[in-house]
Design a protein around this ligand. Structure first.
Ligand code: HEC
Ligand code: HEC
Ligand code: HEC
Ligand code: HEC
Length: 205
C-alpha cells in the first residue's frame, strides 16, 4: 500500500515535469466568443482542415489572410545575422500583429473591422523589435561569440535550441512565443523569463 502511494506520487511528479498545463481557451487568442465568429470555434480563425491558404510556404493549414506589408527589419552596428523581410511563421503572426490585416479576415473575409491596437500592435516597423526570420546556426554563434551553439546547447524544453525553438533553422516569433499558450506563461512565452531565463537560453551573457 505504502509503496503504491510512493509510486503514484512519483508518477504524478513525473507528469508534472513533462506535461504543460497551458491551453488556448480563454486567452487573447481565443476568438470563439467574437460576434464576427458565427462558428464559435477557436482554431478556425487561424487554421482550416481543407482549402488552406498557401501564401506562406510551410504554414500549418493556414486560414487567415496573409499580410502583404513591406517591413523595416531590425538592424544595429553589432548585429551579425543577416535579417531581411519576415518569412516563415513570423509572417503568420504579423498577419494580425502588423495592424494591416483585420483579426477577423479569415476564410474568405477580407473586410473585417477589428484591428490590433495598443502595446500588442507590433506594426510594420520591426527596427525596434528582437530580430526574426534569420538563420541561427553554429557559425553565427561562433562569429558572435556571445551566443550558444543551437545545435548542441539544450533549451530546457527537452532538446537543443535548434530542436525546440528554431523553425527550419530560423529564429521566428514562435521561438520565444507559443501561440497556443502551451506552456501557460504570460505573453504566451515558451518558457519562463524569470531572471531572464528565456534570453539566457540563447545568449551567453
Ligand atoms: C491566433 C492564431 C492561431 C490559433 C487560434 C490557433 N493556431 Fe495553431 N498555429 C498558429 C501558428 C501561427 C502556428 C505556427 C507556429 C508554431 O508552430 O508555433 C500554428 C501551428 C499549429 C500546428 C502545427 C505545429 C504544432 O504546434 O503542432 C498545429 C497542429 C496547430 N497549430 C493546431 C491548432 C489547433 C488545433 C487550434 C485550435 C485549438 C489552433 N492551432 C489555434 C496559429 C494559431
Ligand atoms: C488571428 C489574428 C492573430 C494571429 C494570427 C496572432 N495573434 Fe497574437 N493576438 C491577437 C490579438 C487580437 C491579441 C490581443 C487580444 C486582445 O486585445 O485582448 C493578441 C495577443 C497576443 C499576445 C499578448 C498576450 C498577452 O498575454 O498579453 C502575444 C504575445 C501574441 N499575441 C503573440 C502572437 C504570436 C507570436 C503570433 C504568431 C506565432 C500571434 N500572436 C498570432 C491576434 C493574433
Ligand atoms: C527573442 C524572443 C522574442 C521574439 C523573437 C519575439 N518576442 Fe514577443 N515578446 C517577448 C517577450 C519576452 C515578451 C514580454 C515582454 C515584457 O514582459 O514586457 C514579448 C511580448 C510580446 C507581445 C505583448 C506586448 C505587450 O506589451 O502587450 C506581443 C504582442 C508580442 N510579443 C508579439 C511578438 C511577435 C508578433 C513577434 C514576431 C514578429 C515576437 N513577439 C517576437 C519575446 C520575444
Ligand atoms: C532562441 C534564441 C534567442 C532567444 C530566446 C533570445 N535571443 Fe536575442 N538574439 C538571438 C540571436 C541568434 C540574435 C542575433 C545576434 C547577432 O546576429 O548579432 C539575437 C539578437 C539579439 C539582440 C541584438 C544584438 C545586436 O547586436 O544588435 C539583442 C539586444 C537581444 N538579442 C536580446 C535578447 C533578449 C533581451 C532576449 C530575451 C527577452 C533574447 N534576446 C532572447 C537569439 C535569441
Amino acid at each position: 500500500m505504502k509503496s503504491a502511494h510512493i509510486f503514484l506520487s512519483l508518477f504524478f511528479i513525473a507528469c508534472l515535469a513533462q506535461v504543460s498545463f497551458g491551453q488556448i481557451t480563454g486567452t487573447d487568442h481565443d476568438f470563439s466568443g467574437r460576434t464576427w465568429n458565427s462558428s464559435g470555434e477557436i482554431c478556425i480563425v487561424c487554421h482550416t482542415p481543407h482549402n488552406a491558404n498557401g501564401a506562406v510556404t510551410g504554414a500549418p493549414l493556414w486560414n487567415h489572410q496573409v499580410t502583404g506589408a513591406t517591413f523595416t527589419p531590425y538592424s544595429s552596428t553589432t548585429l551579425d545575422a543577416t535579417v531581411g523581410q519576415p518569412a516563415g511563421n513570423s509572417k503568420l503572426c504579423l498577419s494580425c500583429h502588423d495592424g494591416t490585416v483585420a483579426v477577423e479576415n479569415y476564410g474568405n473575409v477580407t473586410n473585417g473591422a477589428e484591428f490590433l491596437s495598443g502595446s500588442e500592435l507590433i506594426g510594420t516597423d520591426l527596427s525596434n523589435d528582437h530580430p526574426i526570420s534569420f538563420s541561427y546556426d553554429a557559425t553565427l554563434a561562433s562569429t558572435d561569440g556571445g551566443l550558444y551553439d543551437p545545435t548542441t546547447q539544450t533549451s530546457g524544453l527537452g532538446g537543443t535550441i535548434g530542436d525546440d525553438m528554431l523553425f527550419a533553422g530560423q529564429l521566428e516569433c514562435a521561438s520565444c512565443h507559443d501561440v497556443h499558450n502551451g506552456a501557460g506563461y504570460s505573453n504566451f512565452l515558451r518558457k519562463s523569463n524569470s531572471g531572464s531565463a528565456l534570453c539566457l537560453t540563447c545568449h551567453n551573457k
